[in-house]
Design a protein around this ligand. Structure first.
Ligand code: 8YV
Length: 321
């Protein structure tokens, strides 16, 4: 019998995924699910053929360069791979995989939740009720903003941007987008293409970020670009925290330069800029975009599909670069 491949799993995954790992691999598990340091990842990867890592794992160039020679593949349990130095892996001949596609719907769902939560002042309503401070309905209580007929500006019209547009159409939002390439008419479905973010943002009643975190998008939404938005704009981020300059966004939310924000991701997670906590006009969630049982199962299975294919000498579906 061929010995089973050994996999380091840096975080605790769902039961179904752990069951598959237990059946097909020798798993080196992180049972208490404490985030591992780079040194711990290197040490635990000893004798492993592959690694399943996740956002937050510090797989930078240094850590990747120190992984044991036995490691031939890294599958990240995510679509984003800003935590993994893919170039460093490539240099060592380590193949890298991610999990695109399977988390599109759940992330798009959370985007709409944040958009609605921010537009309809859900945080303030929840707080009032939970504190026992609701004295009853009034005609002017907690007035938010309607969606129908307004413009949603989407920056990054990939899978998730498209799925957000699909949902937003049901809310009668007018879809505008900016993307590296214009979509074909069959995928654009009447959405308006803008050639520059500035052009997109200046008419956006709602503005949703769907671009990856790269050196080019780092702090994309800074004070200068926030000024491109109308005063009543509502910003949503389910992409990556690093795309936003937190200090600038907090200033704009505090001063009323923009109306509100809905955020699922933060630079330096799990540390969240304390300025957000004091603001009523920000609706925040702790990186829950893909957090459904179905999606987390699918992400784990997708990571394993890639590794199974790789170790069997077949073509894995989701090679990064
Ligand atoms: C996280 C994500 O991986 O896939 C991504 O890029 O951001 C999410 O799916 C997941 O929520 C764990 O933090």
């Amino acid at each position: 019998m061929v010995p089973r491949k050994r996999l380091l799993i840096t975080r605790r995954l769902t039961e179904a995924v752990l069951a598959r790992i237990g059946r097909d691999y020798e798993g080196v598990l992180n049972t208490d699910d404490r985030p591992l340091t780079g040194d711990e990842i290197v040490a635990r990867a000893e004798g492993c053929d592959g690694v399943i890592c996740a956002p937050g794992d510090p797989l930078d160039g240094d850590v990747v360069s120190r992984l044991p020679d036995s490691v031939r593949a890294i599958a990240t349990f995510s679509v984003g791979y800003d935590h993994l130095d893919v170039a460093a892996a490539k240099q060592r001949g380590i193949r890298a995989f991610n999990t695109p596609g399977v988390l599109t719907d759940s992330t798009a769902d959370i985007t709409l939740l944040l958009l609605l939560g921010a537009a309809r002042r859900a945080f303030e309503g929840q707080r009032m009720l939970r504190a026992g401070q609701w004295a009853g309905w009034t005609p002017t209580q907690l007035l938010g903003r309607s969606l129908a007929g307004k413009r949603l500006g989407i920056l990054g019209m990939g899978r998730i941007g498209n799925a957000v547009a699909h949902r937003a159409r049901a809310f009668e939002l007018e879809i505008h987008y900016c993307n590296r390439h214009r979509l074909g008419a069959d995928r654009e479905l009447g959405a308006t293409f803008h050639t520059s973010p500035r052009e997109l943002m200046r008419g956006a009643d709602f503005f949703s970020l769907h671009c990856p975190a790269t050196p080019e998008t780092h702090h994309f939404l800074d004070a200068e670009r926030i000024d491109w938005l109308p005063d009543h704009a509502i910003v949503v981020n389910t992409a990556r925290g690093a795309v936003v300059d937190d200090a600038a966004l907090i200033d704009a939310l505090r001063s009323g330069r923009i109306a509100a924000a809905g955020l699922d991701v933060f630079e330096g997670e799990p540390d969240v800029h304390p300025g957000y906590r004091a603001l009523d006009n920000v609706y925040i969630l702790p990186h829950m975009g893909s957090a459904t049982i179905e999606t987390r199962d699918a992400m784990g299975h997708r990571a394993l599909d890639n590794l199974d294919a790789f170790f069997a000498g077949r073509n894995p579906p989701d090679s990064i670069e």
